[in-house]
Design a binder for this molecule. Structure first.
Ligand SMILES: [Zn+2]
Length: 162
């Protein structure tokens, strides 16, 4: 995402050379560079001590397939904070360990995805209003449950190589 105006004071930005970064939009009033940026989204497989993964039904995302827990990073958080918060908000599980899987840039969504495994002790689901249903599935799962073009499918393929 490119800014034309300063998000802090609203003045128009001018390009300025910032060290090795080269030309960067700069606010002369705030005296700071305004780097191009993309939203950051975490995506996580939530796996319990019985080697089951939580799959969510979220009709606003897709009615045909199931998905993993995902959500947007909020300023002030670490990526791991975002994962712990989203897992608790969406399905009411408490994360006791995290394993990083991979990051990738999603061009169509202009979003940086940071992907993790969240390890939890199996507890009853408490669903947010954004989640229509959630169930535990033994690993390995039937891959036809996931959208082959979606990010969950991509991360599941990566997970299998770990
Ligand atoms: Zn400014």
């Amino acid at each position: 995402m490119k800014s034309i105006y300063c998000p802090h004071c609203g003045l128009i930005l001018h390009n300025r050379i910032i060290g090795d970064e080269g030309l960067v939009p700069y606010c002369d009033h705030c005296q700071r560079p305004i780097f191009d940026h993309s939203p950051v989204c975490v995506l996580t497989m939530v796996i319990n001590e019985f080697n089951e993964v939580a799959l969510l039904k979220q009709d606003y995302v897709t009615k045909q397939h199931l998905v993993f827990v995902a959500g947007y990073y909020k300023p002030g958080e670490s990526a791991e904070d975002t994962v712990r918060r989203e897992v608790f908000e969406e399905i009411g599980q408490t994360v006791c360990g995290l394993t990083f899987i991979e990051s990738f840039y999603h061009e169509r969504l202009d979003t940086l995805f940071l992907c993790y495994i969240s390890h939890v002790q199996k507890a009853p689901f408490k669903l947010s209003s954004e989640v229509d249903d959630a169930q535990w599935y033994s690993l390995p799962i039937d891959e036809s449950l996931l959208n082959p073009l979606g990010v969950a499918y991509r991360i599941y393929q990566r997970y299998k190589t770990l």
